[in-house]
Design a protein around this ligand. Structure first.
Ligand code: COA
Length: 329
């Protein structure tokens, strides 16, 4: 059975940089509060781009690196919680825009764990021989749904927009995805969610929904922090154990960029140096399903890992969901 290899990777972020100083101008916050609580200095916000626009730009780069013509891709998985429309998803839009054949294309909604969930799904298709050239995109334009005022300052400063993409193919050797592990705990649905629009509401859209701000994301920051600090190390250890690996065997851990303080807590709980846990959250904030492929793409460009190195991806987010993947590059 062939294992799944990442043969191309790319990322794209919108040009519009929103610094902590910009946030200070529109809400009661400070660079000092944001930096010490989250590690974020700036993030990118779309101006007139959509999630699929971002996804196309990241996907083009991944395809160039993989030297694959869009017409040869045989499945698209698009992980996002901020698709251009309520339905259909972004995957079919990029199928058409990138000139791909009439292949399968679907969106996957697993929030901040969406990229690893997508990687796991793609891995099953490749290992089973059903598909051979899969495009997996993680992209978000979530600033569009957030309210930028003092009342919503906890979420407003945290999230950013961007996209990352990978091309997945059967490996010719023993390098590639070694394992993926997926988890969820739906008892925490309301700790990080955007309740509307949805089938819970009659009528589907109403003045009440808007007045009660059910269409704006809500986060119970402390509960998220508490659970993330436990689940990240747990799911990283699960990946190590499954592959008979020790932390010393891992070149780099690339976590979903939720918050620098969460990464610091994970480093402490695992007993590893913070340098082993990749971070670019100071530049982009939390980009949900896009954060891992953006981070992986930048870490590769920066030479933080290279051929033959083993890395671990780990994610935690809304649902709650959490996941990990071990990859021999
Ligand atoms: N600027 C200034 N003050 C802010 C603020 C902001 N952007 N956001 C919240 N505050 C205020 C709160 O209103 C609160 O004020 P109060 O004491 O007057 O009520 C105060 O800061 C402290 O709030 P608290 O919740 O105790 O802060 P905290 O130390 O827990 O940090 C988070 C808040 C959001 C940074 C933290 O809970 C966190 O990182 N949670 C995880 C978030 C996350 O990673 N989410 C994504 C997961 S995928």
């Amino acid at each position: 059975m062939k294992i799944t290899k990442i043969t191309g990777i790319g990322h794209y972020v919108p040009e519009n940089v929103v610094t902590n100083a910009d946030m200070e101008k529109i809400m009661d916050t400070s660079d000092e509060w944001i930096t010490t609580r989250t590690g974020i200095k700036e993030r990118r916000h779309v101006v007139d781009e959509t999630t699929s626009d971002l996804g196309v730009k990241a996907a083009e780069k991944a395809l160039i690196m993989a030297r694959i013509d869009p017409k040869d891709i045989d499945l698209i998985i698009f992980s996002t919680i901020s698709s251009d429309h309520y339905f259909p998803g972004c995957a079919t839009q990029i199928q058409d825009r990138m000139g791909m054949k009439n292949i399968g294309a679907f969106d996957l909604k697993a929030a901040c764990s969406g990229f690893i969930y997508g990687l796991s799904v793609a891995d099953q298709f490749i290992k089973s021989g059903v598909h051979e050239r899969i495009l997996l995109v993680g992209a978000e334009a979530q600033s569009v749904a957030i309210k930028f005022d003092s009342e919503h300052r906890d979420l407003a400063v945290l999230f950013g927009d961007g996209a990352g993409a990978v091309v997945l193919q059967p490996s010719d050797d023993d390098t590639g995805v070694l394992s993926t592990h997926l988890h969820s705990d739906g008892s925490h649905v309301e700790d990080l969610w955007m309740p509307a629009p949805g089938s819970s509401f009659r009528p589907f859209i109403s003045k009440e929904i808007i007045d009660d701000e059910m269409h704006i994301p809500y986060m119970n920051g402390r509960e998220v922090f508490k659970n993330a600090s436990i689940r990240f190390p747990e799911v990283i250890q699960e990946a190590l154990k499954h592959n008979n690996l020790a932390l010393e065997d891992i070149k780099l851990i690339i976590p979903h960029q939720a918050n620098l303080r969460i990464s610091q807590m994970v480093a402490k709980r695992l007993g590893v140096a913070l340098e082993k846990i990749y971070s670019n959250i100071h530049r982009y904030g939390n980009t949900t399903a896009a954060s891992i492929p953006i981070a992986m793409s930048e870490a590769l460009d920066e030479g933080k890992f290279s051929q033959g190195d083993t890395i671990i991806l780990a994610a935690f987010g809304s649902g709650f969901t959490w996941a990990s993947a071990a990859i021999k590059w």
